[in-house]
Write a protein that binds this ligand. Structure first.
Ligand code: DGJ
Length: 695
């Protein structure tokens, strides 16, 4: 007897099948199969031959491979009884709940008294498949590892991309060849981390950004993940994602993975990117006021750091508003005795030395300038030098001899009294003032991974959101250290990086766009001399790189020359005039023929309008710019494309007359996608902005 289950949308099919009572295998995940294709036949067609050096039948690569069924690779579950004895369950079919968009399968092992449940759902609009696993026991058991339902890796694929990074260098793509054995990523830092964004792209041979087949995966959890991409001796491949191993420190009766988001794309890595962007924006993030345009931010961190001084902040706020800012965010330094980063975290009361009349005079001033007011917190943290640590040293997570990070410890968020304390202090600030935004920071890794910590953080955020539904939250962790769909279920923006260096930012946001839409990706115009790289960058380049995402400013506006202020106002006005459609635009990473050009096309979903940002990161190897191919246009339609002259006046070293320098041009989609746009020559560290519309 064969049991089968399938999910389909217009682009893809996922087919599960199982022999009798066994756990199912994903026997097909790829382009949409024709109606009427028999899933039973697929199961039979999927079976491998047996030859020398093999067992007499092939162990199943199920959605939770079981160690007891001679499976030669990593099992999907490692669990021990409360006394430490390893449990080796063999699950048997118990029940199912199925509709067109969802499959829930329940399996039971009577000997070990464990229940395993897998859930799959498909979103026909965004094309994202969510897969999640849960384990239940009738007495507390110790979990070492539970994988979200396991997907097969495609066979016609030579490599995979996963993501690494560092402070000021997030979203670096690693390319690893498939080979026998494991590509193993395990994040034991206790937060999503700069180092380990939980994503994987598996291109089928020949795929690029804009064409070919690719598979995308993202694990939506903020406490650190584990990924196993394994090729078995027989050649089959499996992809497992779950929480980092041994993150559950207590024996419990129920465990659940976070959702694994998976997608197949027929049109390159961009097909995965667009699915993730839309799913995140339209299904996961909840904006308090969805109809409100994303406001231009001003953040004072790189202008004043800890030196808060009311007249100065008022002056800065006036200048920021004049440049076009619509929200003023007061960063670190307003509470306790926080004159540097050595003290006061957890003392969430306004510092009377800096604000003798409280925050209201500043907030009123900001409001009078037409901006809303946001404020910084780092709730999960505590400095040993703080009144709360002196009163409650037992609230800190980890041992007394632990290594501090930025002179601070984490609070133990699993303790209800810690969450209660934080809720009260934060609620007092939020209810006592007119505040519509929190920048929620998390500046150190944990002393050890602990799932209860992540659940505690989620619970605090959820409670605050329920009681202050008008407040938006930005997820920050020394820049991009906590970016994932789990935190974004509870927040509305990410601080992608502490690097306000536009050159670095250009690459970081380009790669992050595989998962993140413009709507949630903060990008700020930094100071002329970048504080984290020392690089000096022209205001045009800084402004346009910020205008690629949710725009803001973070420099001291008093440093701007008249010319710089005029450029910044101009680009900000452009962003405001376009942000409504850009909010819904797909970010399409272009296949640039020149490695020194990082280019993307942001396009409405109906393809009627687009803007291309072609960032020149470096000097090119060849003399003249190579034509840049666009994507996802209608081959037979005509487009008017125009170089935005305010972006850059071509430098005098551009001596020729490429047509875009002179006038708008009308070109077919076919030409733009197969030959491409010939741009004028430009200096490195500059940006061409090309606007296009379908005629
Ligand atoms: C780290 C953040 O990434 C910065 O933007 C800033 O908020 C500082 N923390 C404040 O301490």
């Amino acid at each position: 007897m064969i049991r089968t289950w399938s999910l389909h949308d217009e682009r893809q099919s996922l087919v599960l099948a199982a022999h009798r009572e066994h756990l199912p295998e994903v026997v097909y995940f790829g382009p949409r199969l024709p109606d009427g294709e028999s899933a039973e036949t697929l199961f039979m067609a999927y079976g491998l031959d047996v030859t020398g050096g093999m067992l007499d039948a092939n162990p199943e690569l199920s959605i939770c491979p079981e160690a007891t069924r001679s499976f030669p690779g990593q099992p999907g579950l490692i669990v021990r009884d409360g006394d430490g004895r390893p449990l080796l369950p063999k699950f048997c079919y118990e029940s199912e709940e199925v509709d067109e968009r969802k499959i829930v399968l329940t399996y039971r092992d009577e000997t070990d008294r464990l229940t395993y449940q897998a859930r799959f759902s498909i979103d026909p609009k965004t094309h994202i498949i969510e897969a999640q696993a849960a384990l239940e026991a009738d007495r507390p058991v110790l979990l070492h590892w539970l994988s979200a339902p396991v997907f097969p890796g495609p066979q016609l694929s030579d490599e995979m991309f996963d993501f690494a990074g560092r402070w000021c260098g997030e979203f670096q793509m690693n390319r690893t060849a498939w080979s026998p054995g494991i590509r193993y990523r395990e994040n034991r830092t206790g937060r999503t981390g700069h180092e380990h964004f939980p994503g994987l792209i598996v291109p089928v041979r020949g795929a690029t950004n804009a064409q070919g087949q690719a598979y995308g995966f993202h694990y939506g959890w903020s406490g650190g993940h584990r990924m196993v991409a394994e090729e078995l001796p027989d050649g089959r491949r499996q992809i497992q994602f779950g929480q980092a191993a041994r993150m559950e420190r207590d024996a419990l009766t129920r465990f659940e993975t976070a959702p694994l988001y998976a997608v197949f794309s027929n049109d390159g890595i961009n097909g995965c990117a667009v699915a993730f962007q839309r799913h995140l924006r339209d299904r996961i993030v909840a904006f308090p006021k969805p109809d409100r345009a994303r406001p231009v931010h001003y953040n004072c961190w790189e202008a004043v750091y800890f030196n808060h001084n009311l007249p100065e902040l008022k002056d800065i706020a006036e200048r920021a508003a004049d440049l076009g800012a619509e929200r003023f965010v007061l960063d670190d330094g307003w509470f306790g005795q926080r004159d540097d980063d050595t003290s006061s975290l957890s003392d969430w009361e306004v510092d009377p030395r800096k604000y003798p009349d409280g925050l209201d005079p500043l907030i009123k001033h900001v409001h009078s300038l037409g901006m809303t007011f946001g404020i910084w917190f780092e709730p999960e943290m505590i400095n040993p030098d703080s009144s709360i640590h002196r009163a409650h040293p037992e609230w800190a997570l980890g041992g007394e001899d632990q290594i501090l990070g930025r002179q601070q410890k984490a609070l133990n968020m699993a303790l209800p009294e810690v969450r209660e304390f934080l809720y009260e202090r934060m609620a007092a600030i939020l209810s006592g003032h007119d505040i519509d935004y929190i920048k929620w920071d998390h500046n150190r890794v944990l002393p050890m991974p602990d799932a209860a910590q992540t659940r505690g953080s989620y619970a605090l955020i959820d409670r605050l959101r329920a009681d202050f539904p008008h407040v938006e939250i930005e997820s920050c962790a020394s820049g991009g250290g906590r970016i994932d769909f789990g935190i974004l279920k509870r927040t509305q923006r990410v601080w992608l990086s502490d690097s306000n260096d536009a050159l670095e930012r250009l690459r970081i946001q380009h790669n992050a766009a595989i998962f993140l839409p413009m709507a949630v990706t903060g990008s700020h115009v930094g100071p002329r001399v970048c504080h984290t790289s020392g690089r000096v960058l022209d205001i045009r380049f800084r402004a346009w790189v910020a205008a690629q995402r949710h725009m803001g400013f973070e420099m001291d506006p008093r440093e701007l020359t008249e010319d710089e202020a005029a450029v910044l106002k101009g680009v900000t006005a452009w962003w405001k005039a376009n942000r409504d459609w850009l909010y819904y635009a797909d970010i399409l990473r272009l296949d640039s023929p020149d490695p020194s050009v990082i280019a993307e096309q942001q396009q409405t979903s109906d393809g009627s309008r687009f803007v291309v940002f072609a960032g020149k990161a470096d000097t090119s190897a060849q003399i003249a710019p190579r034509p840049l191919r666009l994507t996802r246009l209608e081959a037979n339609a005509l487009y008017q494309v125009e170089l935005r002259r305010t972006a850059e006046a071509p430098p005098t070293l551009s001596r020729g007359n490429p047509v875009l320098k002179q006038q708008p041009v009308k070109l077919s989609g076919q030409y733009l996608m197969s030959y491409g746009l010939t741009l004028p020559w430009s200096f490195p560290q500059s940006m061409w902005v090309i606007e296009g519309k379908k005629l």
